[in-house]
Design a protein around this ligand. Structure first.
Ligand SMILES: CCCCCC/C=C/CC(=O)SCCNC(=O)CCNC(=O)[C@H](O)C(C)(C)COP(=O)(O)OP(=O)(O)OC[C@H]1O[C@@H](n2cnc3c(N)ncnc32)[C@H](O)[C@@H]1OP(=O)(O)O
Length: 289
């Protein structure tokens, strides 16, 4: 119910957003931060994250992304979505640090609700989600990929993926942790989460964070062929199986959603945490100079 109500709000906002055009038989919805190439005849859409410079998951990005996803979910002709970055090199830098630094509690609460919504919508999506990870994908970027049914990563040792929150002086919340544990197993998750490890493609493959590593120029063709394989499975049996595997974990967040928001707000508002974020942001700046 809560998801449906949030969806209606998003759709109302969505009707004021976006530009449409038809390119090579595929409809393109181009919002500012998300580009959707929607091939209705094939039943597949490609969603490209387009929030320069590093596809951070800002509140505006999350809103546009959720609106685009909702449009696809509401059209029964769409059965599969390929998630990728419009900027090869960075899939997503994760949550937008500027949404968690120097803001007020009401803003933190609004932001966290949107982050929860992103995870719930992707994790519980009835559509087939294939992630074409064509760049680095730390923290929230990794979480987005973890919600997908199949993950393909570009074979470039410069790219890394993982949950590095610990390195920022923050803590991955229980539902990030649960999603990660269910993907890589308890011991690997315990080790990687405490150290905030980021893994290059070959290691990510060994641990099961990604399902395949392919040459960079083949990520998209591979995503299309994997999608074709998944599309051959009857929707009803695949969807019921997905729901059976995922419902308990999603319900765990749904029933604690408000408490999780309060916990985030009080954690992120602490002086010590704000100081850690400040130090990390400074490090990112210095890396440039
Ligand atoms: C119960 C409480 C629970 C709290 C849990 C909170 C959970 C948080 C999960 C997260 O997702 S936290 C975010 C973690 N992300 C990162 O650590 C990534 C940081 N970024 C990078 O490592 C690099 O930027 C990159 C992604 C490897 C890309 O490198 P590149 O050299 O291409 O770009 P930069 O020059 O570093 O960055 C350009 C520009 O973008 C800013 N920026 C980078 N990442 C973020 C971000 N996540 N949010 C906001 N802004 C970001 C960076 O500061 C530069 O800005 P400038 O103004 O141009 O200097």
């Amino acid at each position: 119910m809560a998801l449906a109500a949030a969806g209606r709000v998003l759709l109302q906002a969505g009707s004021r957003l976006g530009r449409r055009e038809v390119v090579d038989g595929a409809r393109r919805f181009a919002n500012k931060r998300v580009e959707v190439e929607a091939d209705e005849a094939a039943g597949i859409a490609v969603m490209k994250l387009k929030n320069p410079p590093v596809n951070s998951l800002s509140l505006e990005f999350l809103t546009e992304f959720l609106i685009s996803l909702e449009k696809l979910e509401n059209n029964k002709n769409f059965r599969g979505v390929i998630l990728t970055s419009e900027r090869p090199g960075v899939f997503s830098a994760g949550l937008d640090l500027m949404e968690m630094y120097g803001r007020n509690p009401a803003h933190y609460a609004e932001y966290w609700r949107a982050v929860q919504e992103l995870w719930l919508r992707l994790y519980l999506s009835n559509m087939i989600l294939v992630c074409a990870i064509n760049g680095t994908s730390p923290a929230g970027g990794c979480l987005m990929a973890l919600t997908c049914d199949h993950r393909i990563m570009a074979d470039n040792p410069k790219y890394t993926i993982g949950l590095n929150e610990s390195q920022l002086g923050i803590v991955a919340p229980f539902w990030f942790k649960d999603n990660f544990v269910n993907t890589v197993g308890y011991r690997t998750a315990e080790h990687a989460l405490q150290l905030g490890l980021l893994f290059p493609p070959a290691e990510a493959l060994k641990l099961g964070i990604v399902d395949e590593v392919v040459p960079e120029d083949q990520v998209h063709s591979k995503a299309q062929s994997v999608m074709a394989q998944w599309m051959a499975i009857p929707d009803h049996s695949r969807q019921l199986t997905k729901n059976m595997m995922r419902k308990a974990m999603a319900d765990n967040l749904i029933k604690q959603r408000e408490a999780d928001i309060q916990n985030f707000v009080s954690f992120i508002s602490r002086d010590s945490i704000q100081k850690s974020l400040h130090t990390y942001l400074e490090k990112l700046k210095q890396k440039k100079g």
